[in-house]
Write a protein that binds this ligand. Structure first.
Ligand code: ATP
Ligand code: MG
Length: 138
């Protein structure tokens, strides 16, 4: 059965006009878009989403960045979606990202790194439920 993961095209990539190009990469890799929404989020909403990182030194900066402009929230579906999206994204720091990955192509820095993807089944379930209601995923 297909697996679901949660992804964000982050504000840096939206600002630079990469939304369409990143969606094309996701499409080409065989993901189905189960839900998608472009919006801005508040600093408080970012803090709730990234609560697991609240003790990290970059937490405040990260939440300010994520609420700095429109982003694109998505639920993506395919077999092995969680691991396959992480692979397609590339390393957190684009300087270490493999050739051909989204972060290699579109990310500017370790913070402004173009895309988010859930890292495990439990985080995917939390993240999908944080941004989308059940009726949006029928
Ligand atoms: P994401 O969770 O966004 O998919 P990730 O799992 O590759 O990325 P995490 O360790 O979960 O990386 O960090 C979450 C986000 O916090 C990163 O994507 C990046 O935007 C930011 N971040 C991580 N490490 C740093 C750092 N050292 N300095 C600044 N920002 C950072
Ligand atoms: Mg992460």
């Amino acid at each position: 059965m297909a697996q679901r993961t949660f992804s964000i095209i982050k504000p840096d990539a939206v600002r630079k006009g990469y939304t369409g190009a990143i969606l094309a990469e996701i499409d080409k890799a065989g993901f189905k878009i189960a839900a998608i929404r472009r919006q801005s989020i508040s600093n408080e909403q970012a803090q709730g989403f990234y609560a697991v990182h609240k003790e990290r030194p970059f937490f405040q900066d990260l939440c300010a960045f994520m609420s700095s402009g429109p982003l694109v929230l998505m639920v993506l579906e395919k077999d092995n979606a969680i691991a396959d999206l992480r692979k397609l994204m590339g390393a957190t720091n684009p300087a270490n990202a493999e050739e051909g990955t989204i972060r290699k192509k579109f990310a500017g820095s370790i913070q402004e790194n173009a895309i988010h993807g859930s890292d495990a089944e439990e985080t995917a379930a939390f993240e999908i439920g944080y941004w989308f209601a059940g009726y949006e995923l029928i």
